[in-house]
Write a protein that binds this ligand. Sequence first.
Ligand code: IPT
Length: 948
Amino acid sequence: MTSFRTELASPQPGRGSLPARAHLRSDAPHQPLDGTWQVRRHPGGAWSEIRVPGHLPLQGHGAPIYANVRFPFPVDPPFPPDDNPVHDHRLEFEADPAVLAHPSVLRFEGVDGAATVWLNDVELGTLRGSRLTTEFDTTGVLRDGVNVLDVRLAQWSAHSYLEDQDMWWMPGIFRSVTLLARPEGGIRDVFVHASYDHRDGSGTLRVDVDSDAVVTVGVPALGRDDLGAGESHHFRSVDPWTAENPMLYAVRVHTPAEVVTLRVGFRTVHVADATLMLNGRPLLLRGVNRHEHHPLHGRAVDLETARAELLLMKKHNINAVRTSHYPPQASFLDLTDELGLYVMVENDLETHGFEPNGWRGNPSDDPQWRDAYIDRMRRTVERDKNHASVLFWSLGNEAGTGANLDAIAQWAKRRDPSRLVHYEGDRRSLHVDVYSRMYADTAEVARIGAFTEPEDEHRRTLPFLLCEYAHAMGNGPGGLSEYQELFHRWPRLAGGFIWEWVEHALHGGTTADGRTIQLYGGDFGERVHDGSFVIDGLVHADRTPGPGLADVARVFAPVELTIDASASTLTIVNRYHSLGLSHLDAGFPLPHVPAGATVTVPLQLRSAPPPGADGAVAVPPDLPLTVSLRDRDQGHEVAWAQYVPPRPPVSLRATAVPSDDLRLGPAVFDPGTGMPVRLGDLDLHDVAVSLWRAPTENDRGRGWEEHDLPSMADRWAAAHLDDLRTRLIDVTVDGAALVVRTRSGPPVIDAGVDVTWRWTSDGEALALDLTIEPYGQWPCEWARAGIDLRLDRPTSQVTWTGWGPGPQYPDTGQGARYGDFTADRDTYAERTVRPQEHGARRIDDAFIDVGGIGLRVRGVDVPLTVRPWSRQTVAATAHDHELPAATSTWISVDAAASGVGTASCGPGVLPAYRLAPSVQRLRVVLQQPIRELPAATSSYQSVSEPSP
Ligand code: IPT
């Protein structure tokens, strides 16, 4: 018997297990073994309790390690390091007599690390493949009364080289352990083949069954309970399965000894004319990459949480999930079948850490790893092969190239010709059914869609998808709309999967003042780590949505609405795969618009009923108008459009006259700086022009299209953009205006900005007309151009008329609409795990409450940022919970801002959204209200009615 340690260095698959098969819902007895187990460090530790499923480092045994591409140990395959934590797990349990009455099987659904398993001191075999199911035969070993199950688990093994996914390294028995009775004459495995023929609406069903007994198959909803296994059965008319209408048929497979129940969807996925087709119609994937993550439990995600995630996705028009980068817990796919999401199931395979070493020694092309590759792919496909929602098998992620990958592609195609094989790393798409890329920029995606990119004949026959794009890290992702427009334009483009769904922050307790501590790479003392790169999701680790999710919902909307106010028409484009619009409620009768069609109807407008009035009225041309479509059953909004009329600049009658001591209306100016220092009862501090922002994660990344240049944040730092010094040129009076001219520039360089501040007042408010003009040769683009100021009290809330509720930068905020909003301090600031610039809303009229009094800001579409910390503090703080308590309020009003892009991983800011040094103008009116503000009135039109 090879020793435990020696065997850890073997590239061979685990041994002793039963052949892989589907997870089946059976009436045979089973016994869950989840619960409280015993654990001790091996050798020599003392036993203590541990929760299964769970991770060791999240229960006090060792620490999590976050490393993305790089292996946190020497790259010396197939050897793991000697410094390799090993833990013994033990469960003593009474066998359930119902299980004991039959042959039995012990099933592990996921054990992170490499383990050897004993039952009653009999070695059952080894576990390899952390996110894959393993079953051992326990017949004759399982005994009456107390049984002892031992699992010796090492964190590192040869197989760690195959499991380099971008996530926390966290060993543990993190998925369920179950004993299953396997009755004699029962059903060992089932493979359902259910297809749909869109030409005549018929379905074909073949159920292959592995059993020694006589098997019958029943489909009650189709009136049959006597079908033979292994034969094709044709049904003249079936309701096909799609994510939009996830129609499932109960299928009962029985032998005299066992009944297995499946839920089967008839559907056909294929490629035609380089287009991805489902049931004979083009399919667009509006997807996300999903890791399993919970801030307290790591990859041990309970099913209720998973269901809530999927419902949240559906509510935001997401229709597809790539299970990056391993098969999810098995029952997850029952949910995607039932709720309706298209799934790309990915094999548990990534060898990315070989890339920094020039891919030397990559297991993907080394024969000694071939069996492990086949074993992993086989276990992936066999487990999940009966799910209608699964359209693709993915060979793995970032595993380079090589014969072992080619072999598993061929194996998967042979075993399951009904699904498409995906692998992004296949550089010539030779062994796959779709051309896949990650983070390609829109210019290239457009060429691929238009077939103007040089490609060989084979690749030209394939549809294209982005298995990862729009890196949702921090403030962003910018540029979603530009991708979606291309997906709509070119049939070859099958859409893609945003990176990524959920952030992987780990819960680190609570601060004294009640803030949740969220941790990332490096926070556990790791010496090799990738910091906050694991915090890059549309939803936070606790699944509260980040602002990007509203943008995704809008951009992914399956119905596109366009209001033409001048023509008084509404254009409706139905972008569903096959649904009409009858499930949607618009508040008015929707015309018939079949999937794929566009209909334009006249709009008869009805304002939100003014008190006392009712019925349709003509649109006052100066009121915004919103059309909104809701899902009748689920209630959520599916699509909306808004027409916002142009608003004139804020006017103010300049009646006040500047005094000699630099007072103007409610304002007092400092003669030394020319800047206002008081407005009514408010002290204004640090009024200054500003071109910088606290770098976002995207600003800190190097855009792929300009990877030879420093990041934007570094370019700004090199130009000292955060450190403008100001010289007062002069203060003059021009009629009723106080005109202040300043010059501001960073130290070291000879470029800067000349700024003209033209102040006027009507006695109550203060209007600023600001002009910013660059001089000299600017070495970098700007982050923004605007003014900053500080109030010496913390804000409690901001109320505004303008765009909301979420923030907007030039390439984000598609989910924001015009209206009246209120946000508390934290919501307005848009806190992120790692602090960065965020939270700008485009406002027309805002009130920043600082406790009884406050500052009113008016303008047209003016980006307004409000938060209780300075930019320098935000930029210098590593974690949200380390930000100081609120004592002041920092306010910025911008003339212009740069987009945010996705350079944290992928392209930078698109050219149209960059801010080149240029003349910028801003008109804004500041006021410290002396009267109570009227409560915001919703005079906006919210409903429109197309006339019949
Ligand atoms: C890409 C990885 O596939 C994914 O797991 C994740 O790490 C992502 O990057 C960044 O968050 S690989 C990268 C080289 C594009």
